[in-house]
Ligand binder design. Sequence first.
Ligand code: PAF
Length: 289
Amino acid sequence: MDTFFSVAEMSRFSSRSRKEGKSISFVPTMGFLHEGHVSLIREARRRGDVCVVSIFVNPTQFGVGEDFQSYPRDLERDTEIALKNGVDVLFVPGAAEMYPKGYQTYVNVEEITLPLCGASRPGHFRGVATVVAKLFNIVKPDSAIFGEKDYQQLAVIRRMVGDLNMGVEIVGMPIVREPDGLAMSSRNAYLSPAERKSALCLSRAIAAAIELYRSGNRSVPALRNEALRIIGEEPAARVDYVELRDGESLAEVDTADDGTVLALAVRIGATRLIDNRMLGRGVVCRETC
Ligand code: PAF
């Protein structure tokens, strides 16, 4: 496995690989890799001749007072996980490589970034779209693999890639869950043992809403209230949003159907967690669903 720290090295490698007729599949990450990332790496290896993983905690997608400084970082451990899982190239640029002095170009995806996480984290998706566009230009992938846990992020990236004719195939992979249902996330590392238990209210809320949906209830307020009821039973939880939206456009819906996504963001203590489920996809299950 090669590890590149500079944009120039990464870009040269990608140009050479493409000239040799090799396809590149890419997994962009902010590191602190877990089983969710490993599922993306497996898919990338299945799809391309060369598997590139980037690790970059992107400052432009964090707002003032958010966890940029404290975001968990462990390059040694990430390197071991990447090696063990057959990654060909680890790309670990520094902030000054990605945003050199004088940097002033940003990618702004519009409507789809306004609700949900976009409403509570203004500027977040501008940072995400910008860094992903830059990474695509440097890594030159044929396909890029993202987790569905960041559902809105995936929708935003699909929109950007389509709108800007980027020619990268975007692949979404199912959420990977802990055996008790908690969606895997690098931010789970922030949770104390008591908060870790409280955090189960997210997947429980989804399971309860899905059960109601499966019983035939298509009312958006009823499904939303059912999820809120479960979260409300957990004293440590503070709701950021619980919403049902069209699974593709993220527009509001009058009636729920199989293509509706239930998306939620909940603070457990100081940690903001997100989770989601397409209503048509079935109950919260163990591990990958
Ligand atoms: O999902 C993430 O880890 C990040 O938002 C991404 C896509 C790597 C961009 O920084």
